[in-house]
Write a protein of this length. Structure first.
Length: 112
């Protein structure tokens, strides 16, 4: 079982994330949404955009290729900063921390 350790938003405690994503799925910890606009206006929680960038905490073994029985290679690795669709994946909460489980194909880009 793959184990990833993640820190919540304010780094108050470490969370032991015992999730093993299947096939081509990825567990991502969303990064904080912007609290201020470019002009310096403080945004309340209800007005903030849903995060679309996060850090990869765990990856599955890759998609099973039916014709050969082999697994495809994952394009993302643990620790990558990724951008994904606003409404992609499924949100889960573990010990008060929020995570997103999504397919590798829902990831739009990896930031180097």
């Amino acid at each position: 079982m793959a184990t990833a350790v993640a820190s919540p938003k304010k780094d108050t405690k470490a969370i032991n994330l015992n999730l093993r994503p299947l096939d081509d799925r990825v567990v991502v910890q969303p990064l904080e949404a912007e609290e201020r606009t470019a002009g310096g206006i403080v945004l309340p929680d209800t007005a903030r955009e849903k995060p679309t960038v996060g850090k990869v905490l765990a990856t599955g073994p890759g998609k099973l290729i039916e014709s050969t029985g082999a697994r495809g290679t994952m394009s993302v690795r643990v620790g990558d900063r990724v951008y994904y669709g606003k409404y992609s994946g499924n949100e889960i909460e573990i010990d008060g921390a929020k995570f997103v489980i999504l397919r590798e194909s829902d990831i739009l880009a990896v930031q180097d």
